[in-house]
Write a protein that binds this ligand. Structure first.
Ligand SMILES: [Zn+2]
Length: 142
């Protein structure tokens, strides 16, 4: 025995119905022996709202969200690699190093990157030192 959720195309009712097999369902449908329990209409179909279908749809959506997240991670990692290859890491000393480059007019120095608080960035900005914030992935997230 197999249970299908059926939906009526006329009155929009859905109801459960038992069949010996999926073949029996097809047979009854082809012979127009499937009728709506409520209004007797013959426009009865297996409901597309079956829980199984809803479940697999949600799963697909989650997968594409995951793919998007992976793509963002890849982009961020690409930037991180560029920064690591082209800039000097100064860690917590970022604000200090940024000032020393700015005030000592070190022209040929490599760019720097490191950690700075919002307050640091604000103060640097007020002193006319340009900084760019960038989302940084921790190594363990890679
Ligand atoms: Zn109906």
């Amino acid at each position: 025995m197999i249970k299908y959720k059926l939906a009526c195309g006329d009155c929009n009712e859905t109801f459960d119905s038992w069949f010996a097999s999926s073949k029996e369902y097809e047979k009854l449908k082809n012979k127009k022996l499937l009728t709506c329990h409520i209004c007797n209409s013959q426009r009865v179909e297996k409901s597309l709202m079956a829980p199984k279908l809803i479940h697999s749809k949600n799963k697909k959506k989650n997968n594409s969200d995951l793919i998007k997240l992976e793509m963002i991670k890849k982009t961020v990692k690409g930037y991180q690699k560029f920064i690591k290859d082209n800039f000097k890491y100064v860690g917590e000393n970022f604000a200090y190093e940024a000032r020393s480059i700015h005030y000592d007019k070190k022209e040929n120095i490599k760019g720097i990157y490191g950690k700075a608080s919002k307050k640091d960035i604000q103060e640097l900005k007020e002193e006319g030192i340009e900084t760019h914030s960038f989302p940084w992935l921790k190594e363990k997230d890679n």
